[in-house]
Design a protein around this ligand. Structure first.
Ligand SMILES: NC(=O)c1ccc[n+]([C@@H]2O[C@H](COP(=O)([O-])OP(=O)(O)OC[C@H]3O[C@@H](n4cnc5c(N)ncnc54)[C@H](O)[C@@H]3O)[C@@H](O)[C@H]2O)c1
Length: 389
């Protein structure tokens, strides 16, 4: 309504590189496209390097900056803490934020291990704050539509879930030893970095895992020391070499609670695959498949289609009936990666405004972490593992 000022929600973000850019953009564009009851205000960002954080503050449109995340959390002009730092920092920052009464959104994976993940869940529950984990691929309109079709029973009983997430950005043995390749900072390698998204998509689309068995490997054992420079790029700092302490590739088989069989692969050594996050689901009445590299399209096959014209049909999920896209452009005028974050933030702020707990949240993060830990254990023990809660 013209003239009615929306209630503001003041965001404080920790970190400001790859995901910092994606989240900042989402807060900025959200009110432009969606009629959310809350208007995000980009209040402050924090980073350890003053010059760099100052530059990021200006470039991404934040009102102020801090050089210590603890100072950010202490501020009483901040309602939400958004965590876009490496995985080993999530638990400490999230627990401190919860204790300060801030709502929290954190990047995935939730933590380095199940113990920390559970402590985070306890902290947000105890302090009654809203929480979300950034599994943004749930928020692709085509994925949301796939979920609708499955929930309507259009595929019938589900037999197979095939999920793979393939990248190739570290295939060069000289690619530096970034934080993503160090266990004490990242928890695991391809598994937690990208396999976690496949796990979340499978849980979202067809339900809980019952048991898993896995294998994993590290192809390049040593790399030159270096650091991320934004996105998935990095630079080496010296001639010095360091040990890679995480998996380069992980594969696992699964059984789901609903009886479906699962087949999963996460690797950063699949040459030519830049960000091939994909799934195929086969049910008694048909199949659905999707691939992030063509994210607006959903391929659907129904067994009861007329003989002679049977085959996968390609649906461009940009029609008014498809989730979220009505807020943007006419049909066929496609959207992209950054929009998945806008949809996720929209859900987060609606949860805060409407006093309900949005998903995926820390509970999903804990379930995901239980799977990550079990998959690592299974590869060590060469055994199937039952998934507990
Ligand atoms: N949802 C997705 O698709 C997606 C994609 C990429 C990354 N991620 C996740 O987002 C998080 C950040 O990843 P990224 O790619 O943006 O990383 P990045 O390396 O690009 O940026 C990390 C940021 O954290 C800051 N930082 C690093 N160590 C810190 C510390 N100890 N204390 C405070 N700040 C610190 C850095 O200065 C930088 O601003 C990770 O948890 C990662 O798994 C998610």
């Amino acid at each position: 309504m013209v003239g009615v000022k929306k209630k503001e929600i003041r965001i404080g973000m920790v970190g400001y590189q790859f995901m910092g850019k994606a989240h900042s953009h989402a807060y900025r564009d959200l009110p432009f496209y969606f009629d959310n009851p809350l208007k995000p205000v980009l209040k402050a960002i924090s980073g350890r390097n003053e010059e760099a954080v100052k530059e990021a503050q200006k470039k991404m449109g934040w009102e102020s900056y801090e050089t210590d995340w603890r100072a950010l959390i202490k501020r009483d002009d901040i309602d939400v803490i958004d965590i876009v730092t490496p995985n080993h920092t999530h638990a400490e920052i999230a627990i401190a934020a919860a204790e300060a009464g801030k709502h929290i959104i954190t990047e995935k994976p939730l933590a380095l291990n199940v113990e920390d993940a559970k402590r985070m869940l306890t902290a947000v529950r105890k302090n009654g704050v809203k929480h979300m984990i950034c599994h943004n691929y749930r928020f692709v309109p085509a994925v949301q539509y796939a979920k609708q079709l499955i929930d309507e029973g259009r595929l019938g009983k589900i037999y197979h879930y095939r999920g793979s997430y393939l990248q190739d950005f570290i295939i060069d043995p000289n690619f530096p030893l970034i934080w993503r390749l160090q266990k004490e900072i990242s928890g695991s390698g391809a598994l937690g970095d990208i396999g976690a998204h496949s796990i979340d998509l499978a849980r979202f689309l067809i339900g809980e895992f019952k048991e898993i068995v896995s294998t994993m490997d590290t192809f390049i054992k040593e790399r030159p020391i270096g650091e991320m420079t934004g996105g998935l790029s990095a630079k080496g700092n010296s001639e010095e070499m360091g040990e890679v302490t995480v998996d380069d590739a992980t594969s696992f088989l699964a059984r789901f609670e609903n009886g479906a069989l699962g087949n999963f692969e996460a690797t950063r050594f699949a040459a030519g695959n830049r960000n091939k996050n994909k799934f195929e689901i086969n049910g008694e009445k048909g199949s659905i498949r999707w691939d992030m590299e063509n994210m607006n399209n959903l391929e659907v096959y129904f067994t009861d289609d007329e003989e002679g014209v049977q085959g996968f049909r390609m649906i461009n999920c940009t029609e008014e009936v498809h989730p979220y896209v009505g807020a943007y452009w006419p049909a066929g005028h496609i959207i992209g990666y950054e929009h998945t974050f806008i949809h996720l933030m929209d859900e987060f702020l609606r949860g805060i405004a409407g006093d309900y707990q949005p998903s995926p949240n820390f509970e999903d993060g804990v379930k995901n972490q239980i799977l990550l830990e079990a998959i690592e254990q299974s590869a060590k023990d060469k055994k199937w593992i039952e998934i507990g809660s």
